[in-house]
Design a protein around this ligand. Structure first.
Ligand SMILES: [Zn+2]
Length: 271
């Protein structure tokens, strides 16, 4: 009896701790949005994917701003080290409308006089506006966000599926990480690049992935999603490397057997 009584408080504390933990995870604006989206999208498949296949899935259309004009008025070479994620906050323009606007220099601003970024993503397609070897004007004027990052805008027009757009963006970011050897910690929200002279300096962008205007659990969920897509590409390379090693080993063994056979044949011949 004494033993049961001694056990009870520990059990009560244990239950209270479990309840506290579950309350924490269901607070509004915490992990619940990411968890809900993860359920709707389903887990990222844990199987290797070839970079070529991944590229096909993006449905990438290249429609570059004319060379030497508007956002490409000045040739400014860039070696990308970061990827910056934005959302358009434009309820009417789809990716094609943004491409048109960029190609005729309709969006003014930035250091060179015209806004420009590298990719716009909508639910079913990605449009590329700038080579990834040229800098854009999408983040922080002459700051590192513009000088060293690939800018991706996610569409927000009304008929657009936000979840599919985020997923396509995560896949695009994973492919870019793979091709440019960009580490996961260099995936940045526009928020991460302060804009000099603005109040607040850090923009609430991409707003639907932030909490109270700042990166939190939803942003971390999104970055995790990018990381899992990237892992599939890395796993493909690892599987290919393993296959190559197996083939080389098999070749080596065959050559060794052949050498032994030749030596034995030679001995027999001598005898
Ligand atoms: Zn932005």
């Amino acid at each position: 009896m004494k033993c049961v009584l001694a056990f009870l408080p520990a059990a009560v504390i244990g239950i209270a701790l479990v309840l506290l933990a579950s309350c924490n995870s269901s607070q509004p604006g915490s992990s619940s949005k990411g968890q809900l989206w993860e359920r709707e999208l389903g887990a990222v498949q844990n199987v290797p994917l070839s970079p070529d296949e991944a590229q096909k899935e993006l449905n990438l259309k290249v429609d570059l701003i004319p060379e030497g004009k508007y956002g490409r008025r000045l040739f400014r070479e860039m070696t990308p080290q970061y990827i910056t994620i934005h959302s358009t906050q434009n309820p009417t323009g789809d990716a094609y409308a943004h491409a048109k606007a960029l190609n005729r220099g309709a969006l003014r601003g930035g250091v060179c006089g015209y806004l420009c970024w590298h990719f716009t993503v909508q639910q079913d397609a990605v449009i590329q506006h700038l080579p990834t070897s040229e800098r854009g004007e999408h983040a922080d004027f002459d700051g590192p966000g513009n000088r060293y990052s690939i800018g991706i805008e996610m569409c927000e027009h009304q008929s657009n599926d936000q979840l599919e757009t985020m997923e396509r963006t995560a896949k695009l970011a994973a492919s870019l990480m793979y091709h440019h050897k960009i580490p996961i910690e260099n995936i940045r929200a526009h928020y991460h690049w302060p804009r000099e002279g603005y109040n607040p300096p850090n923009k609430d962008c991409p707003h639907f992935l932030l909490e109270n205007g700042q990166p939190g659990t939803t942003w971390r969920w999104f970055v995790g999603r990018i990381q899992r897509h990237h892992q599939r590409l890395v796993a493909f390379d690892e599987a290919a490397r393993e296959q190559r090693m197996k083939e080389e080993e098999s070749k080596r063994r065959k050559q060794m057997v052949q050498r032994i056979w030749n030596a034995v044949s030679g001995l027999v011949g001598l005898g």
